[in-house]
Design a protein around this ligand. Structure first.
Ligand SMILES: Cc1cc2nc3c(=O)[nH]c(=O)nc-3n(C[C@H](O)[C@H](O)[C@H](O)COP(=O)(O)OP(=O)(O)OC[C@H]3O[C@@H](n4cnc5c(N)ncnc54)[C@H](O)[C@@H]3O)c2cc1C
Length: 515
C-alpha cells in the first residue's frame, strides 16, 4: 500500500483550501488533494467580486447590517463582525500577493453594487473575472512554496481514526487507494450544486466533504439552506447553468416579465437589488403566474463599449448565443448556486471533532444566516481560511509534527482491505443514471419552493436510490460521488422537513399548493 506523510492535509484547491495552505507555517509539510486540477473550482468561476467597505462613505456597521438583513437576522453576529472587520486587511493582502482589482483613470479601486448591499462595496477584477484573477495569483503563490504538494485528480474518500485520533485520509488516485498519514485534516471541498439539475456550480460539487465530515462524527448544521441565484442564462435547450452576475443588476439591469414590463416593484421596495432569496422567489412567482420558463434581464441602457469592458466574460458568452447585451434582453431563470449550511465550525475553523477543520463553502460558522449576501463568500474563504491556518499553526509546533503521528496500524490496513475488494468500474452509465435521478428529485422537491408532503416523498425516493447505488460499489470516483450525493440529499431534505420557512428555505403547506 502506497503511503504519503503530511503534517496537514487539505481537501480542496479552491480559494479556501489554497489560501489556508498559504497561511500555514512554511515549516509544515502540507498536502492539498483536489478532484481535478487547480484551475477547476467554483472559486475560479466567481464573477461579480468580493465585498469590503473601502469607500469613505461606507462603514463596517453598514456592511454588518446588510449581511444580517440578507441573512434574515439569524446569522452568527460574531462571525459577521469578524468577516466584515477583517475584509479590508484581506483585500490588502490580496493586493500584496499581486491581485489587480479594476481601477478608474485616477488609479482608485472601482466598486459596484449587488443585491442587498446599501453601498457600492464590491471590488472586481478584469470586469467579471474576479475569481479567475484571484485564483491565478493564489495558485502562483502556492506553486512557489516547496512545503506544499498538490495531489491532483485525487479524491478524498474517508478520514481514518485510530484510538479516537485522526491518523490520515484514504484517497483515490488513478483507480488506486492511497493512504495519506496526517493528524490534521482541513475540509475545503466547496458546495453541493451538482445535486440539482440546473446549477452554476462545477459538476464536481457533489458535497463530498459533508459526507467525509459526517462519517467522521462531525456535526452538520442548516443543511436545507441552499441559495438559488436569480439570474442564470436560460437557453432554448433548457440548459440553465451560466451565471449572469448580480453586478449586471448592480449596474442598472432590470428584470422584465413576459410582456417586457419590470415586475420587482410588486415584491420588494429594493426592486431588482433585493436580496437573492427575495429576487429568486419573485421570479418563480412571476414565471408561474405567466406560465413562462424564464424572465428577461434588460441592461440595454449601456453602450456596447461599456458592457464589453465591464462584463467581458458574459459579453463573449452571450455573443456566442447571438445575444448582444446592448440591444437584446437576456433570458434568465434561478438556479442552485451556493450552499449556506454545512459542517459546523467555530470561528477558528474547528469542527466538533478534534483534528478536523473546515473552511469555505463547505463549512458553516453561521456567518450567512439563512441567505448569503452577494460577494461575501470569496471573503469568507480568506477570513476563515486564515483563522483556520492560524489555529493549526499554534497546534502544530515545529517539534511535535510528524514524530507524533502514529504508524500505519493493522486497523488502517483492514480499512484499506475492505476498499480494495471493490471491483473495478467497467461502465459509467449506471452512475450517470443515478446522478440524473437524484438531480430530478432535488430539483422537483427541494428547490426554491418546498412543501412538507413532497419533501417526505423526496426522502423516500432518495433512500431507495441510495440502496440501489450501494449495489454498484466500484473503485471509481463516480461511485463515491453518487453515494455522497445521496447522503447529502437526505440531510438537505430532513432539515427542510424539520425547519420552518426562513430566508432561502421557503415552505408552503400542501393546501397552498392545491388551491
Ligand atoms: C459561477 C459562480 C460565480 C460566483 N461568483 C461569486 C462572486 O462574485 N463573489 C463571491 O464572493 N462568491 C461567488 N461565488 C461563490 C464562491 O465562488 C464560492 O463560494 C467559493 O469560491 C467557494 O470556495 P471553496 O474554496 O470553498 O470551494 P471551491 O472553489 O468550490 O473548491 C472546492 C475544491 O474542493 C475539491 N474537492 C471537492 N471534493 C473533493 C474530494 N472528495 N477530494 C478532493 N478534492 C475535492 C474540488 O476539486 C475543488 O478544488 C460564485 C460561485 C459560482 C459557482
Amino acid at each position: 500500500m502506497k503511503t504519503i506523510k503530511k503534517d496537514v492535509l487539505i481537501i480542496g484547491s479552491g480559494l479556501s483550501g489554497l489560501y489556508t495552505s498559504l497561511c500555514l507555517n512554511d515549516t509544515l509539510k502540507i498536502g492539498v488533494v483536489t478532484k481535478d486540477h487547480m484551475d477547476k473550482s467554483n472559486s475560479v468561476l466567481a464573477q461579480g467580486g468580493i465585498a469590503s467597505c473601502i469607500d469613505k462613505d461606507d462603514s463596517l456597521a453598514s456592511h454588518i447590517k446588510d449581511t444580517m438583513s440578507a441573512g434574515s437576522n439569524v446569522n452568527n453576529v460574531d462571525a459577521v463582525t469578524l468577516l466584515v472587520s477583517k475584509a479590508p486587511k484581506e483585500i490588502h493582502k490580496l493586493i500584496d500577493l499581486g491581485v489587480q482589482f479594476d481601477k478608474d483613470e485616477h488609479g482608485m479601486i472601482l466598486t459596484t453594487l449587488e443585491g442587498g448591499h446599501s453601498h457600492k462595496r464590491i471590488l472586481h477584477a478584469k470586469g467579471d473575472a474576479t475569481g479567475q484573477v484571484i485564483m491565478e495569483t493564489v495558485v502562483g503563490q502556492v506553486l512557489k512554496k516547496e512545503n506544499i504538494e498538490i495531489l491532483k485528480q485525487t479524491m478524498a474518500i474517508k478520514i481514518v481514526f485510530h484510538s479516537e485520533q485522526v491518523v490520515g485520509v484514504i484517497v483515490l488516485n488513478n483507480n488506486q487507494f492511497v493512504f495519506i498519514e496526517t493528524s490534521v485534516v482541513v475540509i475545503a471541498s466547496g458546495g453541493i450544486g451538482a445535486l440539482y439539475r440546473h446549477t452554476t456550480n462545477h459538476p464536481f460539487s457533489t458535497g463530498d466533504g459533508i459526507v467525509l465530515a459526517k462519517e467522521a462524527g462531525c456535526s452538520l448544521v442548516d443543511m436545507c439552506f441552499v441559495q438559488f441565484h436569480p439570474t442564470a442564462f436560460y437557453s432554448k435547450e433548457g440548459d440553465k447553468k451560466f451565471l449572469i452576475t448580480e453586478a449586471v443588476r448592480g449596474e442598472g439591469g432590470k428584470l422584465l416579465d413576459r410582456n417586457y414590463k419590470p415586475f420587482m416593484s410588486k415584491y420588494d421596495k429594493r426592486l431588482d437589488l433585493a436580496s437573492r432569496d427575495v429576487v429568486s422567489k419573485s421570479i418563480v412567482d412571476c414565471m408561474q403566474k405567466q406560465n413562462i420558463k424564464h424572465v428577461w434581464l434588460d441592461i440595454t441602457q449601456h453602450s456596447k463599449d461599456f458592457l464589453e469592458k465591464r462584463f467581458p466574460t458574459i459579453y463573449a458568452f452571450l455573443k456566442k448565443h447571438e445575444i448582444y447585451m446592448e440591444k437584446s434582453y437576456i433570458p434568465v431563470a434561478p438556479v442552485a448556486h451556493y450552499f449556506i449550511g454545512g459542517i459546523t465550525t467555530d470561528l477558528d475553523g474547528r469542527t466538533t471533532v478534534d483534528g478536523i477543520y473546515a473552511c469555505g463553502e463547505v463549512s458553516s460558522t453561521g456567518v450567512h444566516g439563512a441567505n448569503r449576501l452577494a460577494s461575501n463568500s470569496l471573503l469568507e474563504c480568506l477570513v476563515f481560511g486564515k483563522r483556520t491556518a492560524n489555529h493549526i499553526n499554534k497546534r502544530l509546533t515545529k517539534n511535535n509534527v510528524l514524530s507524533q503521528q502514529s504508524q500505519i496500524t493493522q486497523h488502517i490496513q483492514e480499512q484499506m482491505k475492505v476498499l480494495d475488494q471493490f471491483p473495478p468500474c467497467n461502465d459509467q452509465a449506471p452512475y450517470l443514471k443515478f446522478k440524473n435521478l437524484i438531480q430530478s428529485v432535488m430539483t422537483q422537491y427541494a428547490g426554491i419552493i418546498r412543501e412538507d408532503k413532497a419533501l417526505t416523498i423526496a426522502y423516500e425516493d432518495i433512500c431507495k436510490i441510495k440502496q440501489e447505488v450501494q449495489e454498484f460499489k466500484a473503485v471509481c470516483p463516480l461511485y463515491f460521488e453518487v453515494f455522497n450525493m445521496c447522503i447529502v440529499a437526505e440531510q438537505v431534505i430532513l432539515d427542510a422537513i424539520e425547519k420552518d420557512s426562513v430566508g432561502c428555505h421557503y415552505k408552503i403547506s400542501s393546501s397552498d399548493n392545491e388551491s
